[in-house]
Design a protein around this ligand. Structure first.
Ligand code: SAM
Length: 290
């Protein structure tokens, strides 16, 4: 029988299998790069990125700060971080704010186990980490001020169901802040039309698990409208995230996983071509639906 700390998620997340194995082995580079945040970095001046793991860790911290700033997060908020990884965004909020009620939700008990060990409340904040699916949130209606989903919505079974659930658990003045890899329409058409793109999808899924990279900005606007949100903030930060790719390739190369190196290089090429855009989006509840 597996203990809660070793039981994997009931969805495939191969890259977390790699990271957790390396963290358990005490691999210092993986610890520094992905011990806290497991998302891309944000460089204000990407052409000046120095390619270091230290620089990447700082850039990853900046990225989550941009997402929660876009959601207008403030003291005393009740915050749900859906798909919370190792609790890096909760840790950042815990350091930056006081009097927050912080809830991290994750489908993977192994990640939650690490989050509980690493992130301890301070500054009168309260923190809980809960196992569950972001599309079936185990929380009451109108119990949150802010819902965040930092670089994870593409894994969820359905963006639409996640938005409905976020709308349900948010209070009337609630905000939803996310970052996501958003397809440009031509990329979605190419993916749907050409079998060659099946190998791209298979390569990416083999390392990153289920990744739906076919959602466009226009799809987000339609989804928001249908689920009672309005888009209040949108920032395309693709070029600010590009220095991430050589670092991630370097980390996977270091641990000897050539498939993960190739998968990351494939996403890098598509991003450099401008077909996949890294977007920060924030939504508020529509006035007439409050
Ligand atoms: C790229 S990681 C981002 C982790 C974290 N948000 C961060 O920025 O460090 C994606 C996360 O989504 C989580 N996840 C995937 N599917 C999920 C689901 N259906 N419900 C909740 N979490 C999920 C994964 O376990 C993982 O923690």
């Amino acid at each position: 029988m597996t203990s809660p700390s070793t039981r994997p998620a009931n969805i495939p997340l191969p890259y977390f299998d790699i990271l957790l194995e390396q963290l358990n082995l005490g691999e210092a580079t993986v610890q520094q790069a992905f011990g806290r945040h497991v998302h891309w970095g944000y460089w204000t001046h990407p052409t000046q990125a120095d390619g270091s793991i230290e620089g990447f860790a700082i850039a990853a911290e900046h990225l989550c700060q941009r997402v929660y700033a876009a959601a207008g997060l403030k003291e005393n908020d009740r915050v749900l971080d859906a798909g919370c990884g190792f609790g890096g965004t909760i840790a950042s909020l815990n350091e930056q704010f006081q009097n927050l009620h912080l809830t991290g939700l994750n489908i993977d008990p192994r990640q939650l186990n690490r989050a509980r060990q690493e992130v301890k409340p301070m500054s009168n904040n309260q923190i809980v980490f809960v196992e569950g699916d972001a599309c079936q949130m185990p929380f009451p209606d109108a119990s949150m001020d802010v819902v965040l989903a930092v670089e994870c919505i593409f894994h969820f079974p359905s963006r639409a169901t996640f938005f409905q659930e976020a709308r349900r658990v948010l209070r009337p003045d609630g905000r939803l802040g996310i970052c996501d890899f958003v397809s440009v329409p031509i990329f979605r058409m190419l993916q749907q039309a050409f079998a060659q793109f099946e190998s791209f999808t298979a390569l990416v899924d083999g390392t990153y698990g289920r990744v739906d990279s076919c959602f466009t900005l226009s799809d987000y606007k339609t989804l928001a409208q249908k689920t009672g949100f309005s888009l209040t903030f949108q920032e395309d930060i693709t070029r600010n995230t590009l220095p991430t790719y050589p670092i991630v390739r370097q980390v996977f190369d270091r641990v000897g996983n050539s498939q993960a190196v190739q998968a990351t290089a494939a996403v890098e090429r598509i991003s450099q071509l401008g077909l996949l855009r890294y977007q920060i989006l924030s939504f508020a509840i529509q006035e007439e639906r409050k």
